[in-house]
Design a protein around this ligand. Structure first.
Ligand SMILES: Nc1nc2c(ncn2[C@@H]2O[C@H](COP(=O)(O)OP(=O)(O)O)[C@@H](O)[C@H]2O)c(=O)[nH]1
Ligand SMILES: [Mg+2]
Length: 196
């Protein structure tokens, strides 16, 4: 059965230096600050406070590692981008850290790129998507906060996101981290990468 039965916070890293222990497959979550990364991980794992849901954007500048189903795979929570309060050098450090991980990890199976369904993607979202595409890193676009829109608005915003990302509308999954909408679909997508 493709189901997340247990999830455990392992540790945080200031930078990606060497591969994570045990060589488990990895699923990484990226997106701008406040898009709902922590909430998404909590929703997916069914644990309310697993990843700290922060109300202060930009606070989480660490790579957080979660181990799923005992020793089946890792979820890697990458620091969010797009927070302007930091110094320029912070942005550079951030890029080096993320790129170091995305191109350096031998076990990375899939990146989950989160976008807020209510807004057009930012320049950084597009940069990230292109980076994944050109580096041939498998990725899925997931649109958070769908509970804030009507069914009709969800459909039109998905078209909008597809226009910007160009991944095909069927490849963007709308979710709600509040209600758990499409949790099954996302879980399937993850397990098909881990076990497929
Ligand atoms: N309504 C709604 N709020 C959400 C959803 N996902 C996240 N949020 C809220 O958005 C804010 C930022 O979420 P967080 O998970 O900390 O984002 P992160 O910075 O990407 O880790 C919090 O106030 C969350 O409660 C969602 O799917 N629906
Ligand atoms: Mg977070």
């Amino acid at each position: 059965m493709n189901i997340i039965k247990s999830a455990e916070f392992i540790t945080s890293y200031v930078r990606y230096g060497e591969p994570f222990p045990d060589g488990l497959p990895e699923i990484a979550v990226v997106g701008r600050s406040n898009v709902g990364k922590s909430s998404f991980i909590n929703m997916l794992c069914g644990v309310r406070q697993l990843a700290r849901v922060s109300n202060t954007p930009g606070r989480t500048r660490l790579i957080n590692l979660f181990r799923i189903n005992g020793d089946e795979f890792y979820i890697v929570d990458l620091p969010g981008y797009g927070f302007q309060a930091g110094a320029k050098s912070d942005t550079k450090d951030w890029a080096a850290m993320i790129e170091g991980y995305l191109c350096g990890s031998p076990e990375l199976k899939q990146v989950i790129l989160l976008a807020d369904i209510r807004h057009a993607p930012t320049e950084q979202d597009i940069t990230m998507q292109k980076y994944l595409y050109f580096n041939k890193i498998p990725y899925t676009v997931i649109a958070t906060k769908s509970d804030k829109l009507s069914k009709m608005r969800i459909a039109s915003q998905l078209r909008e996101l597809d226009n910007a990302f160009g991944v095909g509308i069927d490849n963007i999954i709308p979710v709600s981290n509040e209600t758990g909408y499409n949790k099954d679909k996302v879980t399937e997508a993850i397990f098909s990468r881990i076990r497929g």
